[in-house]
Design a protein around this ligand. Structure first.
Ligand code: PMP
Length: 401
C-alpha cells in the first residue's frame, strides 16, 4: 500500500529538500506551503507593497482590498456571520495573550479559570499569568484514561465561580479530539466564557464555528498551509464586545488626544500597527487552495496514512504510544532509549520528527516522561514517507539498543 498523495506536487518544498531531509513528518509544528501561497506572497510584494486602511493611492487600495478579502475568506472558512468577527494576530499564541489581557477586567479575586491538563503552553501560561495578576484560581481539568478531558470531573469542578474555560480542540501531543461540545455546553450552563485553542484542530477538517458555539476560537495560519507571522482570533460579536483593548498604536484608534483616546471595535481595534499584510493575503490563497480540494478525499488520505503509521509503530518492540491518537499524529517513547538520541539519529537519516516536551511540560511530567517523539502528517504526506521513517527508526534502534 503506497498511499501516494495526489497533492504533493503542489508543494515545492518536497522537490527542494535534499538528502538531509527527504522525509518531513513534523507538520504539526509547521506545514509546508503550496505554490499558490508562494505565488500570492510574491505577487503582493512584486506588485507593489502598500500599507492598509491608510492611503488613497492605488497600491494602498489594492492592498486594503486584498487584506480585507483575506479576512472575508477566513470568516467564510469558519462559517462566521461576518468578517468583523475575525481579528488578525501574529499567531495562536498572540491571540491567546490578547484574550488573557483583553478579558482581564472581567475577573475578580477568588474567581476561577479552567484549563485542562493537556494544554500547550500557549493555552496555559497566559491564563496562569492572568490568575497570578488577579488573584484567581486556575482549575486544571484532569484527563481520563484515554487522554481526554474527563467530563465527569469537569462537571464536578466547573462551578459558579468559573468565569472562563480555555481548552484545546485537538491535543498536539496526544492527537485526540477533545469532547468540546459537552465542555462548551457545560461552560454555557455555568455562565463561563469559552476559548478554544484550534491550533491543531483547525488543520484537520473544517469546523463550523456557529455550530461549535464557543465564544472565542484561535489558530495559526502556518499550520494550515499558510505563512507564519499570522494568527486568527475569531469571536462571537457579544464576546468581542467584552474585550478591552490591549495593544495601542496606529489604526486601532477612533479619536486620539494627548491625554485620552477612543478606540475602534473589533477587528481593527485589536490590530494596532501595521498588520502582516502579505501573510494575510497569502493565507487567503491557502484557503482558496484548500477550498479547491476534495475535503473528503483529503480526510480519507489522512486517515489511511494515520492507520498505516499506527500499525507500523505497533510492530516495534518496546515502543509505547502515549495515547491512541484519533488523527494526524502519533507520540511515542521507546523503552530504554532517550527520545533526543532517537530524533538525532532519525535526523541524520533525513527524517524530520519532533522530540521533547512539545510545549506541554506539565502534561509530560504528569505522564512521567522526560519527553517523547512525535510524528505528524500533512495532506502531502504519503506512504513512502512512512516507509522511510520506519526503516530509519529500525536502524536507529539497532544502534541504540
Ligand atoms: N496550541 C497548540 C495546541 C499548538 O500545537 C500550538 C503550536 N505548537 C500553539 C497553540 C501555538 O501556536 P503558535 O506557536 O503558532 O502561536
Amino acid at each position: 500500500m503506497s498511499l501516494p498523495s495526489p497533492w504533493r506536487a503542489d508543494f515545492p518544498a518536497f522537490a527542494a529538500f535534499g538528502r538531509d531531509c527527504q522525509t518531513y513528518l513534523d507538520s504539526a509544528a509547521t506545514a509546508q506551503k503550496p505554490q499558490a501561497v508562494l505565488d500570492a506572497l510574491l505577487g503582493y510584494y512584486a506588485g507593489g507593497a502598500a500599507n492598509v486602511h491608510r492611503a488613497q493611492h492605488a497600491p494602498g487600495e489594492r492592498a486594503t482590498l486584498a487584506f480585507e478579502g483575506a479576512r472575508a475568506k477566513v470568516a467564510a472558512w469558519l462559517n462566521a456571520d461576518s468578517a468583523s468577527q475575525i481579528v488578525f494576530t501574529r499567531g495562536a499564541t498572540e491571540s491567546l495573550n490578547l484574550l488573557a489581557y483583553g478579558l482581564e477586567h472581567l475577573f475578580a479575586a477568588g474567581e476561577q479559570i479552567a484549563v485542562s491538563a493537556l494544554e500547550h503552553h500557549a493555552n496555559l501560561l497566559p491564563w496562569q499569568q492572568l490568575a497570578q495578576r488577579r488573584g484567581l484560581e486556575l482549575l486544571v481539568l484532569p484527563l481520563d484514561a484515554a487522554g481526554d478531558i474527563d467530563l465527569e470531573q469537569a462537571e464536578r469542578l466547573i462551578g459558579p465561580r468559573t468565569r472562563l474555560l480555555a481548552v484545546s480542540q485537538l491535543s498536539n501531543v496526544l492527537g485526540r479530539w477533545q469532547p468540546l461540545e459537552a465542555l462548551l455546553a457545560l461552560a454555557r450552563a455555568r455562565g463561563a466564557l469559552s476559548v478554544v485553542d484550534g491550533a491543531q484542530g483547525a488543520v484537520h477538517g473544517r469546523h463550523d464555528l456557529q455550530a461549535l458555539a464557543c465564544d472565542f476560537y484561535v489558530f495559526s495560519a502556518h499550520k494550515l498551509y499558510g505563512p507564519d507571522g499570522l494568527g486568527v482570533l475569531y469571536g462571537r460579536p457579544r464576546a468581542l464586545e467584552r474585550l478591552r483593548h490591549w495593544q495601542f498604536g496606529g489604526e486601532m484608534v477612533q479619536q486620539a488626544d494627548y491625554h485620552e483616546a477612543h478606540f475602534r471595535p473589533a477587528p481593527l481595534g485589536f490590530e494596532a500597527g501595521t498588520p502582516a499584510i502579505g501573510a494575510a493575503i497569502a493565507f487567503g490563497a491557502a484557503l482558496d487552495y484548500l477550498e479547491g480540494l476534495d475535503g473528503e478525499a483529503v480526510a480519507a488520505h489522512e486517515a489511511a496514512l494515520h492507520a498505516r503509521l499506527l500499525a507500523g509503530l505497533r510492530a516495534f518492540d518496546g515502543l509505547r504510544l502515549l495515547a491512541e491518537p484519533h488523527t494526524a499524529l502519533a507520540s511515542f517513547v521507546v523503552e530504554g532509549v532517550h527520545n533526543a538520541d532517537l530524533s538525532q539519529l532519525l535526523a541524520e537519516q533525513g527524517v524530520a520528527v519532533r522530540a521533547g516536551q512539545h510545549c506541554a511540560m506539565p502534561l509530560l511530567r504528569r505522564l512521567g516522561l522526560p519527553g517523547a517523539l512525535r510524528v505528524s502528517l500533512g495532506l502531502y504526506s504519503e506512504g513512502d514517507d512512512l516507509e522511510r521513517f520506519f526503516a530509519a527508526l529500525h536502524h536507529a534502534l539497532a544502534l541504540l539498543r
